[in-house]
Design a protein around this ligand. Structure first.
Ligand SMILES: [Zn+2]
Length: 282
């Protein structure tokens, strides 16, 4: 008689879509029951030894925050996308005054002709991935535990579905760094801890004078480091700057700014808001 073989169900994979509401999560393994210690991305046990690793290819960029932070014009004109993919385009000095450059950020999809983000109210993983693959069809979707080929290294994509996307990149020290919008490059998460895994790091900035919370983890990608990224600047920062809303969100955000939120705060009728919108689009 045939007996039905019991299929062994393995441990669930990382549920990276879970909201990252636990600010003190240990970043070693997704199901670690202990909290991270104050000065480390790990709990006391995993601080000593963490077996889950994201192996290096040897082609990861070095963590050199000064490259983007020192010159205020470079800092102001490069966002997370530019930083993670290695775009480095000093803007025309004539367009920069006191570290405020009137040039738009690099935006996923601009190089391949996707419409501006400003026409969309929400940002979602499939749209962002489509935009990235449109710009750079050679990108590969990988896992945290994968080792990239020589010449390639990892970036990670997350989103705040209401308003923004964000990227991290793995550095040669194994940890991850990022550049939140026009603010400084950092290797710390929203809780001030080193980033061992962007999927488990604190991505909630909603208590830091803003509302950005990158709840959704999209994917890790393998990016070639031997060619310049196909990334283009796009959209208008000028119009966004004129809008209201939280100043920190505007500085920290990588995509277009919190349009709806800002408009709501400014009040006025729906008609007036949409008039304002269409005006600033021109
Ligand atoms: Zn742990």
């Amino acid at each position: 008689m045939l007996t039905r073989k019991r299929i062994k169900v393995g441990r669930p994979k990382v549920d990276t879509r879970a909201p990252n509401d636990d600010k003190n999560r240990c970043q070693c393994v997704p199901n670690c029951p202990y909290q991270a210690t104050r000065d480390s991305p790990f709990c006391a046990i995993h601080k000593k030894h963490c077996t889950r690793i994201s192996p290096l290819s040897g082609s990861e960029p070095a963590y050199e925050p000064a490259k983007y932070n020192e010159d205020p014009n470079i800092k102001d004109s490069h966002n997370c996308f530019a930083y993670a993919f290695g775009a480095y385009e000093p803007p025309d000095p004539a367009k920069c005054k006191e570290g405020r450059c009137d040039v738009p950020f690099h935006q996923p999809g601009r190089a391949s002709g996707f419409p501006s983000f400003r026409e969309f109210k929400r940002k979602l993983c499939p749209d962002l991935v489509a935009r990235l693959l449109g710009d750079m069809p050679w990108l590969k979707i990988v896992r945290f535990e994968d080792k990239c080929e020589k010449g390639w290294s990892k970036v990670a994509l997350v989103i705040d579905p209401r308003s923004d996307y964000h990227f991290y990149r793995q550095d040669s020290n194994g940890y991850w760094s990022h550049k939140p919008g026009g603010t400084a490059v950092t290797n710390r998460d929203a809780s001030g801890r080193l980033i061992y895994d962007p999927a488990l790091a604190d991505r909630n900035y909603s208590d830091k004078n803003g509302a950005l919370n990158y709840t959704n983890f999209c994917t890790y990608l393998s990016v070639p480091r031997f060619v310049a990224p196909r990334a283009k600047r796009g959209g208008s920062r000028h119009a966004d700057k004129k809008r209201g809303g939280s100043r920190t969100d505007k500085k920290r955000g990588c995509g277009s700014r919190r349009k709806r939120h800002a408009d709501k705060k400014r009040g006025g009728s729906r008609k007036r808001r949409s008039r304002r919108r269409s005006r600033s689009r021109n």
